[in-house]
Each structure stands twice: as structure tokens, then as C-alpha cells.
Ligand binder design. Structure first.
Ligand code: NAI
Length: 724
């Protein structure tokens, strides 16, 4: 079969209306690559040369319209000239389409994103089926890129500079109704038949349409870049973006430059400008980091790279029907919520029915919020709440196929609930613990079926955090892993798989970030500068504020427990130098964190300055400032090296087993700077040899914790990098 012939179906009816159906053979979705663009270009050439053709309808033979550009191709580009040519070629052919002298209608049967939406914007009229699942947007920024097919020029000329900027800067994906409200789609219809009929009628009624930007009388909606309203916007938008991104995301800057500069020149010049800014991004380290991890590695995880194959476990994809949730506290309530949202029935058990009800009320609160935002209906809320049965009676767990315990972090209590549960559930059910610190192998000792016992470590708040860390106990079977993996995907979260070890992977590597903040504080670095260094590094929150959030009281508890465990195992405990600050804050100053209303920060009531937290003014008294203040860059590198080196150690020790899980786990689990592409990719981009050299320097200056992991020294010697 010749793909070039079949990727675009060309059908002409008796009235001279051509329907181009995008339908790439052998793929579930259409993507923009040569296989699609070559026959599309050929079709356009045919339309241009055939006067009998009176109009064109572009639609898709797949469920979605067009998912976007072929990322693999973009990722492979290393020469900016090739990137420029790619953008120019695509733009050139979209330009011919919109100037072909015949009406062109986009008939959108589903999602159109990125390059897909850019094709749509080059059509004269846009009709979409009102399918709540369809999405429309220009999400390139999320991979460190910008829309290079004229998107930064057409969208602002269509809906205005002010409305288009947030769509491109945040990569927002709109539902069909929202896209219509914003003026991106002209008309919504109920099905394909109506869509095609209306598309044809529009072609016949509008034989010579001209794009707004090609109309001599064109006026920018809301004015061009020189318009006073927009001048104001341009005065503050870049600094607002920088305040959020600390200059770590060149895509944001380049998108604004395209729109601003495009807003003072004609359309075609704007397109050239866009191609140049696009070329710069395509070859930037940031886009390579983001695409490598957030596209390829994430897709590999989602496709089940770490899930045992069907041949190994005997089943394809398992589905949980009924979840037994033990403990209706902060975590249990959240896990119950995301599970019912995925269509799973939940039995929510706590020591009393009242406590279980409080956990259920959390779902009601989240659903009320969703109703307010138009994402849920009162009827939907009632139906979901109906699926949560609250109880204090273990007998109600009888039919559950998965149990997750999130009771207090106490071995004896966890053992007790495990035994009580296993007395009533089927011997085929899986038992999972959401422990954050206790080794799974030890917890599984309380179980009759340790092979069916696993760790499912969620992150707080459960409804927002995308990751679940799956922990294998020594006896956990492959089938249990597969079931755990399938459940995590069923609730639409991303699973990474790790081996049982202290702190597992995420808590262990994450701790190095907050502890480095404390080490800096004890060395007399200015608290504000420490916090800023964290943010400038690309972390979502500074290390001191973050420790307030997760609670130093909890860290204290974990530290003491670890010391006891080490003593029991006859091992020597070597603490982190930052620990002294935790002990001081908790024991001496009674400031354990945000929950207590006092930590490194003060948390005033909302009546004072809108409840904005601020650094505790007395910190300087208890952590005197040193004469010599380190540069921001030095502090940034200390924080990043601490995390990356620890992640490398976890990989070396086989705690985390794949590069993809290590990188994605770092970004999704504890917010490791996404523009760096994750903890191991940070080392790749820094260069293995350079990283090892710099780690040695840091280690000589600040302590043995910076000594490069053995695997890094080895890789540097052999010229290797972390490959997924
Ligand atoms: P929580 O204190 O908010 O909730 C614990 C719940 O368990 C309470 O509602 C309590 O009444 C119930 N409970 C205690 N003993 C029970 C028993 N014998 N039978 C039935 N119910 C019982 O605690 P949270 O924060 O929800 O943590 C729960 C578990 O999740 C812990 O193991 C914790 O380490 C882990 N975890 C916590 C995270 C967090 O950010 N808070 C993150 C990841 C894991």
C-alpha cells in the first residue's frame, strides 16, 4: 500500500466540492509529518489548477482531527536552518491553501492541537461537532516550543492579542464550546452528517472568501501591538511571565516576541519572524530536555514499559471494580475521590462511621468546586457520592478486589488493619499500603499473602498530584505489580515502579533539596536568597517554604525512627548537616511548620495582608548571617546537584529501575525543574564529565554528600549518557 496515496482521501462531488479526508494508514491518529503533508500539498496543487473545484472541506477519518506535529522529527533537528525550513515549508503550504481562491472549511470531527489547529486556522470557516471530549489548542509551549505553522500570527489576528496570549503561553486546551466562545470555531453541530452538510452549504454560499488578515480593510481585534491598550500589556507581560518562570522557559519569551513583533508588521513578515523564533527553540537544550522526558519517556511509561507483559502474568489489563479504602484521613479521602471519579465503587472505612463520613465530605467539597467551575453537575455529584459507602465494619470490605490502607504511619496499626481485612476479603484481592516511610517487605509480614502485597505511594493533594510510586516488597509478585500498575492508570495517574528501600525513591531524593536549604541556612546564607535560589533553579517552591509545608515535625519523627532502625540493624547513622536546623526549629523554637501556623515562615490570618506568608523575622537571630554570602548560582547548583546525585544513586542501587521512571518521578513526584527534563537529564545536559568534576569541587568545599555517585564516574569515563 502506498501511504502517500492513502493518507489523504480526495473526493469531488457533482457540485465541485472536494472533501479531503485525513486518514493515515496504520495509525490511530493523524500526525503532521511528510506522510500526511506530501499528499495534502499535492491535493492543494490539484485544487489550485482545477477551475471546476468550487470549494474544499477538510475533515478526518479518525476519531480525532489532527493531533499535531510529528515530535520525533522536531526532536531530531539539531541545525536551526532545518528547523526554519520545516516551519517555512508548512507555513508556505498553509498560505497556498488559504489563498487558493476557493472556500476552505475545516470540518472538525474531534481534537485539533498544535500543528493540527494551525491547519484549521488557515481555513476560512471552522465547524466542529460539539463533543465534550474534543480539545482545541496550541500546547507547544509545554514542550518548550512555539506554534511554528503561523499560529502566533493567525490566532492574535483572529481573536486579539490579549485573548490569544494566555492560550499560547499556558498551552491551554479548550473544549469545543469554549473554542466557539473565544471565536476560534464558528459553528457547533451535533454530528458528522450535519457538519458536512453545513460545510458544503457554506462553500456554496461563500465562493470567494478572504482571510481577515488578507482583507485590505483588516483591523486587529482589540488593536495591534501599538494600540494603547496593548502597549500597557506589553509593558508588563514579559515581567509577569519572568516572575513565574525566572527566565527558565525561553518558549514563553519567544511566543511573546512573535506576537509583539507580528503585531507591528504585515502578516507575511510576521510569519518569517515566527519561523526564526521557532528555529531557536527547536535547537535549544530546554526543548530537548522537555521533549525527551515529558514526551518520549512519559509516553513509554504510559504505554506500560514498567508493567510485566501479558505473557508473564496471564492477563491483559485488569480493572478494579470495588476499592476498600482503610483510613479516611487526608490521603484516604483523596484516594477515594480519584477512584470514584474513575468509575470505581469505594468502601471507605475508618475507626468510626463519623470519621469515614468526614472523609467522604472531602469528595463533596471537591465536587462542589467542580460544579462552580462548570466541570460537574449536581446530578453527577450525587451519583459519585452514591458510590462511596462509609463504614467502620470490616465485613463491608468483602467484595473489594483492591484494598489500600492509609491509616496512621504506625507499624502495629498497619499490621492490625491488614489482618482484620484479610479475614474478610477474597484470597484473590490485592492489598496495598500508602505508607510514606515504612518498608513494604516489613509491612507485608503481617499479611497472609505477601505476594499480593504492594506499596502504592500517593502524593498530597491526591486529586492534583499526577504520580503514584509503586513499591515492590521482596515477595510482591509480578501479577500484583501488573494489577497495581493497571489501577494507577485506571485512575489516570502516572505510575513509576521502585524497589523497597528507605524513603523509596521520591522521598529520598526530594529530601536532599529541602535539607540543602537547611544546610545553607546553618552556614549563614540569607533565607530570602536561599528561597530565591530554589525558585530560580526551577523548583515550584523554595526549600524552606517546602519544608514548612511537609512539616518539620514529620521529618523529626522520620529522623528519630531512622536512627532507631539503624541502631537496631547495627549500622552507623550519618545525618545530613541540615538536620541540626530541623532539630532547632522543632525542639528549641517550637516552629514545626505550616500546619502549626509557624515554621520558617509566619502564616498570618487572612485578615492581615490577605494571609500572605512571610519569612519569620527572627530567623536571623537564630541563624546568624555569615559575612560571605554565596552567589545565587552556587546555591542553585548545590540544590540541583544534591537532588541529581541522589537520583543517580537510587538508579545505581536499582531502587528506581529505568531512566524514564527516574526523570518523570522527579518532575511529577516532587516538582524537580521541568525545564531540565528531570534529575538524570539534568546530568546529561550538564555533561557527565563536567558534572563529575563539579560534584568533586562541591564535595571538597561542602561535604561528602556531593561526592559523585559511582555510576556517574563510570559513565563519564566511558563517554555514556542516561538513555531511556
Ligand atoms: P491522617 O491522620 O490524615 O489519616 C489517617 C486516618 O486513618 C484517620 O482518619 C484515622 O482515623 C484513620 N485510622 C487510624 N487508625 C485506624 C484504624 N485502626 N482503623 C481504621 N482507621 C484508622 O493521615 P494521612 O496524612 O492521610 O496519612 C495516612 C497514611 O498515608 C500514612 O501512612 C502516611 O504516612 C501516608 N502518606 C501521607 C502523605 C501525606 O502527605 N500526608 C503522603 C503519602 C503517604
Amino acid at each position: 500500500m502506498d501511504a502517500k496515496v492513502t493518507a489523504v482521501k480526495f473526493e469531488q462531488d457533482a457540485d465541485g466540492i472536494v472533501t479531503l479526508t485525513l486518514d493515515m494508514p496504520g495509525r490511530s491518529m493523524n500526525v503532521l509529518n511528510d506522510e500526511l503533508s506530501a499528499p495534502l500539498a499535492a491535493a492543494i496543487a490539484q485544487i489550485e489548477s482545477d477551475a471546476a473545484i468550487k470549494g474544499v472541506i477538510i475533515t478526518s477519518g479518525k476519531k480525532e482531527f489532527l493531533a499535531g506535529a510529528d515530535i520525533e522529527k522536531v526532536f531530531a533537528i539539531t541545525d536551526p536552518k532545518d528547523a526554519f525550513k520545516l516551519a517555512e515549508d508548512y507555513k508556505g503550504f498553509l498560505r497556498r491553501l488559504e489563498k487558493c481562491g476557493r472556500p476552505v472549511v475545516a470540518a472538525l470531527n474531534g481534537t485539533a492541537l498544535g500543528g493540527g489547529l494551525e491547519l484549521v486556522l488557515a481555513c476560512h470557516y471552522r465547524i466542529a461537532i460539539n463533543d465534550p471530549k474534543a480539545k482545541f489548542g496550541l500546547p507547544e509551549v509545554k514542550l518548550g516550543l512555539l506554534p511554528g505553522g503561523g499560529g502566533t500570527q493567525r490566532l492574535p489576528r483572529l481573536i486579539g492579542i490579549q485573548a490569544s496570549l494566555p492560550l499560547m503561553l499556558e498551552g491551554k486546551e479548550l473544549r469545543a464550546e469554549q473554542a466557539k466562545q473565544q471565536g476560534i470555531i464558528h459553528e457547533l453541530v451535533k454530528d458528522r452528517e450535519e457538519m458536512l452538510a453545513k460545510a458544503k452549504a457554506w462553500c456554496l454560499a461563500n465562493p470567494k472568501p478572504v482571510q481577515p488578515w488578507d482583507d485590505k480593510k483588516f483591523k486587529w481585534p482589540g488593536g495591534d501591538s501599538k494600540n494603547p491598550a496593548n502597549v500597557q500589556l506589553w509593558a508588563i507581560a514579559p515581567s509577569m511571565a519572568d516572575a513565574k518562570t525566572y527566565g527558565n522557559y525561553p518558549a514563553a519569551t519567544n511566543i511573546m516576541s512573535c506576537v509583539y513583533e507580528g503585531g507591528i508588521v504585515d502578516f507575511d513578515s510576521g510569519c518569517r519572524i515566527e519561523s526564526r523564533f521557532f528555529a531557536e527553540l527547536v535547537t535549544s537544550q530546554v526543548s530537548k530536555n522537555m521533549i525527551g522526558t515529558l514526551w518520549f519517556q512519559l509516553n513509554a511509561i504510559n504505554k506500560g514499559k514498567s508493567r510485566p507483559a501479558k505473557e508473564e502474568v496471564g492477563f491483559e489489563k485488569s480493572k478494579v471494580k470495588k476499592l476498600g479504602m482503610l483510613g479516611a484521613g487526608m490521603m484516604g479521602a483523596g484516594i477515594a475521590y480519584v477512584s470514584v471519579k474513575a468509575g470505581i465503587d469505594v468502601v471507605l472505612l475508618d475507626s468510626t462511621v463519623e470519621a469515614a463520613e468526614r472523609g467522604k465530605a472531602y469528595s463533596a467539597t471537591l465536587l462542589d468546586k467542580a460544579i462552580k467551575q462548570g466541570r460537574e453537575t449536581p446530578m453527577g455529584k450525587a451519583a459519585l457520592l452514591d458510590k462511596i459507602k462509609t463504614t467502620a465494619d470490616y465485613a463491608d470490605l468483602k467484595d473489594c478486589d483492591l484494598i489500600i490502607e492509609a491509616v496512621f504511619e504506625d507499624r502495629a496499626i498497619k499490621a492490625d488493619v491488614t489482618k482484620k481485612t484479610e479475614a474478610v476479603i477474597a484470597n484473590t484481592a490485592t492489598f496495598a499500603s500508602n505508607t510514606s516511610t515504612l518498608p513494604i517487605t516489613g509491612l507485608a509480614e503481617a499479611s497472609l499473602r505477601p505476594d499480593q502485597f504492594i506499596g502504592l505511594h500517593f502524593f498530597s493533594p491526591v486529586d492534583k498530584m499526577p504520580l503514584v510510586e509503586i513499591i515492590l516488597g521482596a515477595k510482591t509478585s509480578k501479577a500484583t505489580l501488573a494489577k497495581g500498575f493497571d489501577y494507577v492508570q485506571q485512575i489516570k495517574k502516572t505510575p513509576i515502579v521502585v524497589n523497597d528501600s528507605r524513603g523509596f525513591y521520591t522521598s529520598r531524593a526530594f529530601a536532599t533539596y529541602i535539607m540543602e536549604g537547611k544546610a545553607l541556612l546553618l552556614e549563614g546564607q540569607r533565607p530570602r536568597s536561599i528561597e530565591m535560589a530554589g525558585l530560580q533553579a526551577g523548583m515550584p517552591v523554595g526549600p524552606l517554604a517546602l519544608h514548612d509545608e511537609v512539616s518539620m515535625g514529620l521529618s523529626m519523627h522520620v529522623m528519630e525512627q531512622t536512627k532507631k532502625d539503624f541502631a537496631a540493624e547495627g549500622k552507623t547513622y550519618v545525618g545530613h548537616p541540615g538536620e541540626a536546623a530541623v532539630i532547632k526549629m522543632v525542639k528549641e523554637l517550637d516552629r514545626p511548620g505550616k500546619k502549626a501556623g509557624k515554621g520558617f515562615y509566619e502564616y498570618p490570618p487572612s485578615s492581615i495582608n490577605g494571609g500572605q506568608k512571610f519569612l519569620w523575622p527572627e530567623l536571623a537571630k537564630h541563624f546568624p548571617l555569615a559575612k560571605e554570602q554565596l552567589s545565587q548560582q552556587e546555591m542553585i547548583e548545590r540544590m540541583m546537584f544534591a537532588q541529581a546525585n541522589e537520583a543517580a544513586r537510587c538508579y545505581e542501587e536499582n531502587v528506581v529501575m529505568t531512566v524514564a521512571d527516574t526523570n518523570i518521578g522527579s518532575i511529577f513526584g516532587w516538582g524537580f525543574a521541568p525545564h531540565q527534563g528531570g534529575a538524570l537529564q539534568y546530568i546529561n545536559a550538564y555533561g557527565l564529565t563536567r558534572f563529575v568534576k563539579r560534584a568533586d569541587e562541591l564535595s571538597a568545599r561542602y561535604g561528602a554528600r556531593f561526592k559523585p555517585a559511582a555510576i556517574l564516574i563510570d559513565m563519564a569515563k566511558n563517554g555514556k549518557t542516561f538513555e531511556a
